[in-house]
Design a protein around this ligand. Structure first.
Ligand SMILES: C[S@@+](CC[C@H](N)C(=O)[O-])C[C@H]1O[C@@H](n2cnc3c(N)ncnc32)[C@H](O)[C@@H]1O
Length: 338
């Protein structure tokens, strides 16, 4: 039964479609439902009475838990107002792991604090069996000097060359604001947000389910990372856009043997346990303190993925040729690292 839905985007009401998926069959369920904020969706009334909205959410949330494997994770993206109520349904059937605060400014609502984060509620189907990969993201740097934003009080020699472990506050992923980067969808999420969740909760070839796939963010992220996807959306137009986009997506978001998340040609999330394999693809200062001034640099950009396995000398030549223009301090930098 499930085979018919794997690596497929299906048009229809998820309340009907979810019933067709067997128990314990996907590694991760992610849901980004309409927030009931009177947004203009093609085929959906985003203006229900509070209780009506919550009753509707309860049905699909319990379905997501049923379909997720005991080792799996359930992620629910919404505004805090709804997420706190979601935990009333979830606490009986799954284990709370985290409230991830995704720092993203939203519209002022009047007579409230300025809402400055969305929540991603993270539940394990079974805490004891959960598959969980620790992740790292790049050190935050100041825009003008490109130096580390934090002082680390004389402890820079202890830093991880790539960056800190991902916490439950995400400030480094921005909403898609510019219309040239978005489809005709009011709430499209950034692909690297989903890639971070997928790297955290799944392994290669696992299945990721999204019952409100919109214009395909979750499916695209899953495919790029060598996972399978199941996507539903009630709106045929969004389904068509997603199917079209997926035709051009390759499962190649990799460096060496490790799946990673790229954004603008930089790695923005990697799994901690892959670092030993990945570090050979970076120039890393021999003295770790130097990363205060000199970010570690990928020897090749992701456009050259097939060349990642080139010999070190070839990489050096390419690096110097390509990067000279980009980094004014490159000569100084190379002296320090070699
Ligand atoms: C917040 S958007 C999801 C956006 C998506 N995460 C993305 O990045 O493109 C919610 C989506 O749920 C869809 N939707 C609403 N009710 C639905 C239902 N009952 N079954 C399936 N999809 C539904 C809407 O058409 C909309 O595309």
């Amino acid at each position: 039964m499930i085979k018919a839905y794997i690596d497929t985007i299906t048009a229809g009401n998820c309340l009907d479609l979810l019933k067709r998926l067997p128990d314990n069959s996907v590694a991760m369920a992610f849901a980004d439902p309409p927030f009931n904020l009177k947004k203009k969706y093609g085929k959906y009334n985003d203006h229900l009475k509070n209780q009506e909205y919550l009753d509707w959410c309860k049905i699909w949330i319990l379905e997501l838990v049923r379909i997720t494997r005991p080792t799996g994770s359930i992620f629910l993206h919404n505004i805090p107002k709804w997420l706190i109520r979601y935990s009333h349904f979830l606490d009986d059937v799954a284990s709370f792991k985290h409230w991830i605060a995704w720092d993203a400014q939203t519209a002022p609502m009047g007579r409230t604090l300025q809402p400055n984060h969305y929540g991603i509620l993270f539940y394990a189907k079974d805490s004891e069996k959960l598959i969980f990969n620790e992740l790292r993201y790049p050190h935050k740097r100041t825009r003008q000097t490109n130096m580390l934003a934090k002082d680390y009080g004389g402890k820079k020699y202890l830093l991880h060359p790539y960056g800190p472990l991902v916490s439950d506050v995400w400030i480094d992923i921005h909403r898609i604001k510019h219309s040239k980067y978005r489809d005709t969808h009011p709430c499209q999420l950034p692909i690297h947000l989903l890639e971070r969740l997928i790297l955290m909760a799944t392994n290669e070839n696992d299945i990721v389910l999204d019952p409100f796939v919109g214009t395909g963010t979750t499916a695209i992220a899953a495919k790029k990372l060598g996972r399978h996807y199941i996507g539903f959306d009630v709106d045929n137009d969004y389904v068509d856009i997603t199917k079209d986009k997926l035709k051009n997506v390759e499962s190649n978001s990799k460096i060496g043997n490790s799946w990673v998340s790229f954004y603008l040609d930089e790695i923005v999330t990697l799994r901690d346990r892959d670092w030993n394999d990945i570090k050979q693809y970076f120039y890393i200062p021999t003295k770790i303190q130097y990363i205060d001034k000199f970010p570690i640099i990928l020897k090749h950009g992701p456009k050259n993925i097939p060349n990642y396995c080139a010999k070190k000398n070839e990489m050096d030549d390419l690096f110097l040729f390509e990067e000279k223009k980009k980094f004014k301090t490159i000569k100084k930098f190379v002296k320090i690292i070699e």
